[in-house]
Design a protein around this ligand. Structure first.
Ligand code: 26A
Length: 345
């Protein structure tokens, strides 16, 4: 059944401004970055942002993984369907984010921190790889007080789907737990993206604490492998087996089985459902290499299309196909963006 109420989908994570440029191996080496990775900035990375802007003709593009997903879902859904929460500063970077979300029709309710700048993500593109290096700044100050404030809490109460970008496990676990409990208690749908290998690796405990709430898990093959590694699963490379073990973790709300969706770049997307022996495979929407602009945000776009399908009451295979469709559109744009005028699925 298609959702009829406003703001049925509520998303939470870290709003960031992407400082994105086409880079070189030399640049990656200078900051000890891997070609395809996502990390939190340490002191040695602090010069990256100015370097990208001054020497690599970097562009400023709206980012933040779940904010990209929320923009993607609102690209597809009827107006006033999606609201996004996170922390920003009171600066020109936040103004750029406001413009981008307005174009996509996404409502944002930011916690504005007057003392901290808006978070930045340095994005170094080399070929079809992207290296992400994030300085969270104001995004790191999101708190439960904001979530529980009357206006925001009424949005939480009104929503029927919650989408948590996994990167928020580094920021405010109580907010994640609160939304998870709210979902389980009211038979709402709780969706989590594992987001990056360092999360199951270094944030295993908060992830484990909340995994009972997960109705849908979205990840890619390297995040699944990192999960297998930190949970010491028998096979650390058999992605189907890993998807099944995540699907079969204990669940708080037993009225629906957990579904795990694993994207694998150009390889088929895998879907494991709790209690099912078989893991299904769905081919991606092929695209010629020369049509790809960059792959920054491809996974976020997939999640946006997939979640829009769920919210619109589409069957699982259609939701996966909507994810493939939106990812294909996004990789033809610069950064985690979608084409305007809008295309329709
Ligand atoms: C806490 N970290 C590391 C992050 C991120 C992040 N979004 C939230 N938190 N690190 C990178 N990103 C975003 O990922 C998108 C691509 O998938 C980037 O801002 C980029 O838009």
């Amino acid at each position: 059944m298609a959702a009829s109420k406003d703001f049925t989908l509520l998303c939470l994570e870290n709003p960031l401004l992407d400082i994105q440029a086409f880079g070189t191996q030399e640049l990656l080496d200078k900051y000890e970055l891997k070609a395809n990775d996502a990390i939190l900035a340490e002191d040695k990375h602090k010069g990256l942002y100015e370097d990208l802007l001054n020497n690599y003709d970097a562009k400023l593009i709206a980012g933040g993984a779940a904010q990209n997903t929320a923009r993607g879902a609102s690209y597809i859904l009827k107006p006033n369907s999606v609201v996004y929460l996170g922390g920003v500063g009171d600066d020109k970077y936040a103004a750029i984010l406001h413009d981008a979300v307005k174009q996509a029709g996404l409502r944002v309710e930011y916690r504005v921190d007057p003392k901290e700048p808006t978070g930045r993500c340095g994005v170094v593109i080399t070929g079809h790889n992207r290296s992400l290096c994030t300085d969270l700044a104001a995004a790191n100050h999101y708190d439960l007080d904001h979530l529980k404030s009357p206006e925001i809490w009424s949005l939480v109460k009104g929503a029927e789907y919650y989408y948590i970008g996994g990167y928020h496990y580094t920021v405010c676990v109580p907010a994640i737990m609160t939304l998870g409990q709210e979902a389980a208690d009211n038979n709402k749908v709780f969706i989590v993206n594992l987001s990056a290998p360092f999360l199951p690796q270094f944030f295993k405990d908060p992830m484990d604490e909340s995994s009972k709430f997960w109705d849908y898990v979205i990840c890619n093959e390297s995040e699944a492998a990192a999960w297998a590694e930190s949970h010491n699963l028998e096979s650390k490379t058999d992605i189907k087996a890993i998807a099944k073990s995540i699907a079969n973790l204990p669940k708080a709300n037993t009225s629906r089985p957990r579904t795990v969706v694993v994207t694998q770049g150009t390889e088929p997307t895998l879907v494991a459902v709790q209690g099912n022996e078989q893991v299904k495979e769905y081919a991606v929407h092929a695209i010629a290499s020369e049509q790809i602009n960059d792959t920054n945000g491809a996974g976020d776009a997939f999640a946006g299309g997939f979640v829009a399908g769920l919210v619109d009451g589409k069957p699982l295979e259609t939701a996966v196909d909507m994810g493939q469709w939106l990812a294909r559109l996004s990789i033809q744009e610069l950064g985690p963006s979608y084409p305007f005028p809008k295309q329709t699925y």
